[in-house]
Design a protein around this ligand. Structure first.
Ligand code: NAD
Length: 482
């Protein structure tokens, strides 16, 4: 076991529960392949206890004033910032992300807690003018109920923070199954909430076989809503379970983000910021810019500069401050990258940079660009979720819009232009939950984030993210005449 990595436990009803004879699984450091610790799996009885705790926790938390809820969330945010470096080290150990990126992630997660703390106090309803004199009509927001949350491994602090702080701010209790690959970060967040005075049972953290846990939790009548971040295929399975019980759902699924680069921008300058955006977290980000549609007149200049910059990226252990890109999260991602490259090679498509594993220990892969891809190529159709970018030349704005919209995904999209007509055409034409013009920041705590089509259902972030955890109750009172 590594020195800085904690013993892993479940967190149910305010109790920390260790292996104690339970089945478990090892958690690996993807930079070294070493086992960090053994993660206990929740038993059937543990899950029953988590459900009962969430039910009792909800009963208490929904009656807790929004001001008190805000205090708990704000204190958690403050503690998260105080312990930024320790939590960041956990992220780097279990995911591989460079330490500077991990610190920035913890800061963002703290910002999300703070935003939800503030916004939870403003869960205003509205008064609706009545048709009858003496009547009162209003609509109020009420917490949905106990929430089952499922978080992926690629943003171990941000994803659980969005789900937990959004649900808690709305007055819901939560059972979260964070990723089995990045459990310590989620447990650190739970510990901060407990320290900040969150009552027992309001948050529960479990791990185990994802399919078994999701079937059990979503199938329980106690759970009233689900929130999931992960792949589209798993999202669809969970959605069908949720529909059986008429449960509200928020699904953040795959992206495969397009980037449209018009001829009026400097291709070398765009390549510089694009390389930073693309290889952040080794491309394992649902908003990662991947399908680069570049105007034909500047395509080759963009590719040349992008190639130069990608080749210069220092890949290594994320704990080394000089590292700019860490390993991939696991061996599954390495195998996935190989499939994209095998496909490109079989089609004789140019690979100006990267395209191979970096040998030795750990899950390292080189920053990769596949240039001039056609529409049949695997990378043109399937989200790589890794350090692979692909370019295609386009001629007209209509052409670019068609390319952006040809896949069933629509999460983030990016446009680089100084021409308002192009920007307007893209904003109107792209079918995606985010259209980001002339920069790469696709989400903030206060902005809604969600997908069109197969990229998901509903939004996280912003007031929309909070409303995902609320019901609307309409009240109409006819007062007796005095
Ligand atoms: P995966 O589909 O096996 O798992 C994705 C996540 O869902 C994991 O955290 C996993 O533990 C969880 N999961 C799997 N089956 C589940 C179930 N039945 N119930 C509840 N949770 C379940 O894929 P993976 O290999 O971990 O990740 C690769 C793919 O996932 C990528 O291609 C990418 O498109 C997608 N992904 C998307 C996001 C995102 O932010 N939208 C995040 C992570 C992964």
């Amino acid at each position: 076991m590594a020195m800085d990595y904690p013993e892993l436990r479940l967190f149910i009803g305010g109790r920390w529960i260790g292996l104690d004879g339970r089945r478990g699984e090892p958690v690996y450091n993807p930079a070294t392949g070493n086992v960090l610790a053994e993660l206990p799996h929740a038993t059937e009885a543990d899950l029953d206890e988590a459900l009962a705790s969430a039910a009792a926790g909800f009963d208490r938390w929904r009656r807790t004033s929004p001001v008190e809820r805000a205090r708990v969330l704000q204190q958690t945010s403050a503690r998260m910032l105080e312990r930024r470096d320790q939590i960041a080290a956990l992220i780097t150990l279990e995911l591989g992300k460079p330490i500077a990126e991990a610190k920035a992630e913890v800061e963002q997660a703290a910002g999300i807690f703070n935003w939800n703390a503030e916004e939870g106090r403003r869960a205003y309803g509205r008064v609706i003018p009545p048709r009858t004199q003496g009547a009162m009509q209003f609509a109020v927001r009420e917490p949905l109920g106990p929430i089952a949350a499922f978080a992926s491994w690629n943003a171990p602090a941000i994803t659980p923070s969005r789900k937990i702080s959004g649900a808690l701010a709305a007055g819901c209790s939560v059972i979260i199954k964070a990723s089995e690959e990045t459990p310590a970060t989620a447990l650190a967040i739970a510990a901060l909430l407990q320290e900040s005075g969150l009552p027992d049972g309001v948050l529960n953290v479990v791990f185990g076989n994802p399919a078994e846990i999701s079937a059990k939790l979503i199938g329980s009548p106690i759970i009233r809503g689900i929130t999931f971040t992960g792949s589209t295929s798993v999202g669809k399975q969970l959605a069908s379970l949720a529909v059986q019980g008429m449960k509200r759902m928020t699904l953040e699924l795959g992206g495969h983000a397009p980037v449209v680069i018009f001829q009026d921008v400097d291709p070398e300058a765009v390549a510089l910021s694009a390389v930073t955006a693309k290889y952040r977290n080794a491309g394992q980000v649902c908003t990662s810019p991947t399908r680069f549609y570049v105007h034909r007149s500047i395509h080759d200049r963009f590719v040349a500069r992008f190639t130069e910059l990608a080749r210069a990226i220092k890949v290594g252990n994320g704990l080394d401050p000089a590292t700019k890109m860490g390993p991939l999260a696991n061996a599954r991602r390495l195998e996935a990258m190989d499939r994209f490259l095998d496909d490109a090679r079989s089609r004789q498509i140019a690979i100006p940079v990267g395209g191979k594993r970096i040998g030795g220990e750990g899950c390292f892969y080189s920053p990769t660009l596949i240039a001039n891809v056609d529409e049949e190529c695997l990378v043109s159709n399937v989200e790589p979720f890794g350090p692979i970018a692909a370019t295609t030349a386009f001629d007209t704005a209509e052409d670019a819009i068609r390319l952006c919209n040809r896949l069933p995904f629509g999460l983030a999209s990016y446009v680089m232009t100084n021409d308002m007509r192009n920007a307007g055409a893209m904003i109107d034409g792209i079918e995606a939950g985010n259209v980001i013009v002339n920069h790469w920041q696709a989400s903030l705590p206060e902005t809604p984030f969600g997908g069109y089509k197969d990229s998901g259902v509903g939004s996280e972030g912003g007031v929309e993210g909070l409303q995902a955890f609320q019901n609307i109750k309409y009240v109409s009172e006819h007062r007796p005449p005095s």
